[in-house]
Write a protein that binds this ligand. Structure first.
Ligand code: SAM
Length: 248
């Protein structure tokens, strides 16, 4: 950016991301299962286990889309007998949130348990120090300025609060990375065409995964935003990674 103006490229990215999720919203959950053979469910389960929410967790789930993380969080609280679970789901895209809301109804969650907030992760309409946990799953890859999102995460967390991110990352083995690339570039867009009738959004998906910083670089960005005790864990050979950090 120069003098506060967004560059053409930045505006284009934001618009592209918006139209991608507008287009895929109704097929989003189905496509996740198809492309990952259902494994995204396991990744999300592990993510919530690592977060290990307690009775006083105040969770903000950013880029929460159709609610997968929020629903898991509430289920975890329920199973653990910590009934007071509440979560705010924030997403920039109305269409994704709409799908989330109707899923929540079908799953029997009450409107007291989930707040739905349409907002940009780069500029959250939320007071400083409001939450004890901030999650973002498969979302940060899509934003225009990762650094601004991290700064906002830091700002809205209370001291002691935890930032956690689940995101596609880089594989720790060249042979596997090669196989994964073949699958991603050749198979995923074709699946998109067959199942969702769209090719382009899934090509975008694959490219955005490729462009996202690797585990170590992303860790350094989280530290730059002020977080302490930053670390990460690779899952499925690094197809995804969970990054975590604390505001002290
Ligand atoms: N967290 C959900 C999950 O794991 O299934 C949804 C992930 S989906 C791949 C990415 C989401 O990020 C989309 O719903 C999109 O609208 C949202 N998103 C993209 N840019 C955003 C931004 N700047 N602020 C908030 N949400 C954003």
């Amino acid at each position: 950016t120069h003098f506060g103006f967004e560059t053409v490229k930045e505006t284009e990215k934001a618009e592209k991301v918006h139209s991608v999720f507008e287009t895929v919203a109704s097929k989003y959950d189905l496509m996740n299962d198809a492309m990952s053979f259902g494994v995204h469910r396991v990744w999300k389960d592990i993510f919530i286990q690592r977060l290990g929410p307690t009775a006083d967790t105040l969770l903000l789930d950013v880029a929460g889309g159709t609610g997968d993380i929020a629903f898991r969080f509430l289920k975890y609280m329920h199973i653990a007998g910590k009934m007071s679970g509440r979560v705010t789901v924030c997403d920039i895209n109305e269409a994704m949130l709409d799908v989330g809301q109707s899923r929540a109804e079908k799953l029997g969650f009450s409107s007291k348990q989930i707040d739905w907030l349409q907002a940009d992760a780069e500029k959250l309409p939320i007071d400083d120090a409001s939450f004890t946990a901030y999650t973002i799953a498969f979302g940060i890859r899509n934003v225009t300025h990762i650094d601004r999102v991290l700064e906002e995460a830091y700002r809205v967390l209370k001291p002691g609060g935890r930032f956690m991110c689940l995101e596609f990352s880089q594989l720790n083995n060249e042979m596997l990375q090669w196989m994964y690339d073949q699958y991603s570039f050749q198979v995923i867009p074709v699946m998109g065409q067959i199942i969702a009738g769209q090719w382009k959004p899934y090509q975008y998906l694959v490219e955005s995964i490729r462009r996202f910083p690797n585990q170590e670089d992303f860790k350094a960005m989280i530290e730059d935003a002020g977080f302490c005790q930053v670390n990460y864990e690779n899952i499925s050979f690094g197809i995804v990674a969970i990054h975590s950090g604390f505001k002290l």
